[in-house]
Design a protein around this ligand. Sequence first.
Ligand SMILES: NC(=O)c1ccc[n+]([C@@H]2O[C@H](COP(=O)([O-])OP(=O)(O)OC[C@H]3O[C@@H](n4cnc5c(N)ncnc54)[C@H](OP(=O)(O)O)[C@@H]3O)[C@@H](O)[C@H]2O)c1
Length: 266
Amino acid sequence: MSKNFFDLTGQVALVTGASRGLGQYFARALARAGADLILTSRKQEDLASFVAEIEALGRKATPLALDVRDQGSIERMAVAAEEAVGQVHILVNNAGCNARKPALDVSWDDWNFVLDTNLRGSFFVAQNLARRMVKHGYGRIINIGSVTSVFGYAGLAPYGASRGGVRQLTMSLADDWGRHGITVNCLAPGWFRTEQNKVLYEDKEWVAYLEDRIPVKRAGQPHDLDGAVVFLASEASRYITGQTLLVDGGISTGAMRATVAKPPKT
Ligand SMILES: NC(=O)c1ccc[n+]([C@@H]2O[C@H](COP(=O)([O-])OP(=O)(O)OC[C@H]3O[C@@H](n4cnc5c(N)ncnc54)[C@H](OP(=O)(O)O)[C@@H]3O)[C@@H](O)[C@H]2O)c1
């Protein structure tokens, strides 16, 4: 193991969904730890300014187009990544979407949209890159889950099903690919304000309600995820696989549910 467990110098990390939101924070954290980056988005041109930002940190950054709902696009991306850098060491399977609505209103198309992107997409991106990682006998796959990987939330039925599936997929792939030197873990964020959920955060009353129920008394700042992603990408986590790491300020203690039955004041 290198002297600095968290040093990613000489490694290449591929981050899907790097055009905005958490994907960009994951990529920045990995770049600061020394990794070069492959960045993906459905439209390659949406990555131009972020590529420049990563290069300004002294790292290489290669933009590639990827639509995780399109089998051909995934296969082309994997070939292009291999041609560009040879070996991809780290995958952050971050691209994702949501359809927030009461379960009674969820349509067939809503279901397919969310499950095809978050679950089927994560699997086939991982499979296409793992086929290449196997040749090198090394890989770190980080699937992005959510607190909904382990808890149910009203209004998030397809999303929760997809994120629960990602957690289960993580365990299956860890068992399957461990023999090839590939670890597979799930990083599960709690509540973080991004494009995907900004509407929620416009409601001040809801934000106060939320923050009061998070044990550390605040919603997540994207930098709160930096340590976890670098840890799971690095030598420091080399004997950890198939796990889900919740980074949620303690929501998974069950504190959100305390609203139903407040504990007595003592
Ligand atoms: N924000 C949170 O509180 C939170 C909590 C837990 C988990 N998560 C998960 O973390 C991930 C990032 O969340 P975020 O809040 O940063 O979301 P976001 O701001 O909506 O960004 C989503 C990213 O996914 C990409 N994407 C969407 N559909 C895609 C497709 N079909 N093919 C390829 N890329 C696609 C988008 O890129 P293009 O549109 O450029 O293609 C974008 O870069 C998501 O998977 C989300 O479910 C978020």
